[in-house]
Design a protein around this ligand. Structure first.
Ligand SMILES: [Zn+2]
Length: 373
């Protein structure tokens, strides 16, 4: 009888070991994930901010509704381990949610910003993480090697570890700023924004001009809380680094860039005649521009000519043979404006005021708290 017990324990250990070897590390992460169910410095010298948080179009496709009260609200979030795919090293690392968020806020927003703006960024990043965790498609999970989220700012959220930031900018400079970001994250611990009880895709951008942009104008799908709202950057342009930028191309460069990007149209011998009317959309950005009698969208122009935003004017200066783009703002313009958030914080607004302003009609809830408020 005694030997039978020993044999049983041995068999159990053996089968677990075999299972681990067969599944492999990447898949194991995926299985754990599913079963637990477990989403500059702008002083421009020490930049730890990124301008844009582009959305994959698929993210905006209709998804099965997730009820916050049933799925999200859980004391278990305290225990949750976040799995993050590092797109640069191709590794997966893991940690507690708020530790991960410190690295995100530090990478996404200048940590010299006001505390209330950093808090708003922390809540937006947490909301995005929760959304992603609950809604990631199979394809996305595969792309993330089974992890919840990745560190590619053009796909999910930028991230930097304390060690990396310290090595890059030095401990003396980084330590107090990291402490400030950490406080913004822990002071808002558990808070996310929801729209009609579903976690919000809290996208954001660096700088708008007079209005933010709607998700519909950028990605084609209407998202009720990602609509255009007024913002005050244009009134404070003098204190925002690179609020306005100029980009110039000569006529040959302009023409070849258009052609290499699939533009099919005849170019008049006289470049003065190339540009026709420019139509603005409701947010004040370029909806479309007429070039040689063909229409190109403002966003496409932004991509082709590497403009910081689709809020631009275009003129031709014959004497220098120069097409001059005068651009205002930075980023796609959807959701919270980071500079706008900082300006609101400077005026004494709280992170809640900021979030409720930039994400229309949302509520702020705490995923650790029961019952559902
Ligand atoms: Zn990703």
């Amino acid at each position: 009888m005694k030997y039978l017990g020993v044999l049983f324990v041995f068999l159990f250990i053996f089968s677990v070991a075999v299972l681990y070897i067969v599944i492999g590390e990447g898949d194991l992460v995926n299985i754990i994930d599913v079963t637990e169910h477990e989403e500059s410095l702008y002083d421009d010298t020490k930049n730890n901010g990124t301008a844009d948080n582009f959305l994959n179009l698929s993210v905006l496709q209709p998804l099965p509704p997730v009820s916050v009260s049933e799925v999200v609200i859980s004391e278990n979030w305290h225990e949750f381990t976040v799995y993050v795919y590092d797109f640069e090293s191709n590794d997966i690392f893991h940690g507690k949610l708020d530790d991960y968020l410190c690295g995100v806020v530090f990478a996404e927003m200048p940590s010299t910003f006001e505390v209330e703006a950093l808090k708003a960024q922390a809540v937006a990043a947490r909301s995005y993480y929760v959304y992603k965790t609950l809604n990631s498609s199979e394809n996305e999970r595969e792309l993330h090697r089974g992890a919840d989220i990745c560190t590619d700012p053009t796909h999910c959220k930028a991230y930097i570890s304390y060690e990396k930031a310290r090595n890059k900018w030095g401990e003396e400079y980084i330590s107090p700023l990291w402490g400030k970001v950490e406080k913004a994250v822990t002071d808002t611990s558990g808070q996310i924004i929801v729209y009609e009880s579903e976690p919000a895709i809290a996208v954001f951008h660096a700088i708008s001009n007079k209005n933010t942009e709607s998700a519909e104008n950028i990605w084609g799908g209407n998202v009720p809380y990602l609509v255009s709202v007024p913002t005050s950057e244009s009134e404070n342009a003098d204190i925002i680094t690179n609020f306005s930028t100029i980009i110039e191309y000569n006529s040959e460069e302009l023409k070849s860039k258009l052609i290499s990007n699939g533009f099919r149209g005849d170019f008049d011998k006289n470049p003065e005649k190339w540009i026709g009317s420019i139509v603005l959309n409701s947010s004040g950005r370029v909806d479309n521009i007429e070039i040689n009698s063909k229409l190109i969208s403002g966003n496409r122009m932004r991509e082709i000519f590497s403009l910081r935003s689709a809020d631009f004017t275009l003129e031709y200066k014959k004497t220098d043979d120069k097409f001059i783009f005068s651009v205002k703002g930075y980023g796609h313009g959807v959701g919270m404006s980071q500079y706008g958030a900082n300006l609101m914080a400077r005026e004494g607004k709280s992170y809640k005021d900021i979030l409720l302003w930039y994400y229309a009609g949302v509520d702020i809830i705490n995923i650790y708290e029961k019952p559902f408020p």
